[in-house]
Design a protein around this ligand. Sequence first.
Ligand SMILES: Cc1ncc(COP(=O)(O)O)c(C=O)c1O
Length: 388
Amino acid sequence: MNVVDRPPVTPASSDDRVPVFVPRIGLDTLKHLTDALDVGWLGMGATTQDFEERIARYLGLQDRFVVATNTGTSAMHIALLAAGIGPGDEVITPSFNYVADHQAIRATGADVVMCDIREDDLGIDVASAESLVTPRTKAIVPLHFSGVPCAVADVYALARRHGLRVIEDACHAFGSTVDGAPIGASGDVQFFSFDPVKIITSIDGGCVVTPHRDEFERLQRLRLLGVDKDTTLRYQNKRAWDYDVVSEGYRYHLTNIMASVGVSQIKRVDEFIASRRAVCERYSAAFEMLPGVRVLRRDYRDVSPFIYSLRVPAGARESLIAHLAARGVDAGIHFVPVHRHTYFAGARRSAMPVTERVVDEVLTLPLHSLMTERSIERVIDGVAGFFA
Ligand SMILES: Cc1ncc(COP(=O)(O)O)c(C=O)c1O
């Protein structure tokens, strides 16, 4: 059977289980992939550039630049390096965040400093972050948790007061908007992830968005071994043989093959986001009146939802997870707070009353692009039935 005649490889869910994540890989993605394999140039090339240009168009970028990478973590690492962060510096980010950020900060030689989050959007608590600022502080890394925009205006005000860089973790928020403009279209620097479970995937992948032309050029060199003219020629599916190496650099590039998956997905991103928003709004409407339960949002119009996070009484969470599992509904937990991990236990941090409470209450429910009606009902019935 020809590969393009196959039915979609990932159904939106199986009959027996409703997983937390299901990547949406259809025939369109298989077609892009086989076409890319046929070009005869598998590494970084013209399709990588095509994906970057589509990201820029989708985010409506003006005078801002996109550098695609092989993961969101590598995007963050080179974003920090391009911003001049290194040994002796401190970077502040919430403990309630994925450990990728803390590792990327440490990889630059800088120290991670962890702050608390807010009750309402589970995003960075600016007062807590400000209490940690010292002369060594160079940057602040807020997270748009689950796709819900954090209080970015307050973050930028803090950054202006102390002369800090802002590197926004937008890994959960590709397509979320603030005041009508997509995250990435303004501000300092953002990075995104296109890992296997994100709203759009390139299997693994990510990108940095920057308004700084000098840092854009540095990012391109950091992405690929510090070689000076590699990006230009590779975008024509060619290699330079008389190159110079002008800086440190890594093998962080996104290949044509991965980018082809990304291109197929970004073409459908509006459809994916709309379907996920509708599910989140149904979940919130069904759960907001349940005793002791807190929904993060009722209105998802400005949110491109990566996960659906629900807060339940801490003492009930484990039994709710078991109740859902018995009904074939999986649940996840975002996040284990990073200050509780062995490697980061000694990092400087503020008091974390909200984080300490929230991490025992949060639960991630299944959310897929184009989720089936049956799966949605099973999740709603499972949670509502538990509290009935
Ligand atoms: C908040 C956050 N930051 C960073 C990352 C790292 O992205 P990647 O997995 O593409 O390296 C992730 C990935 O799950 C994430 O959720």
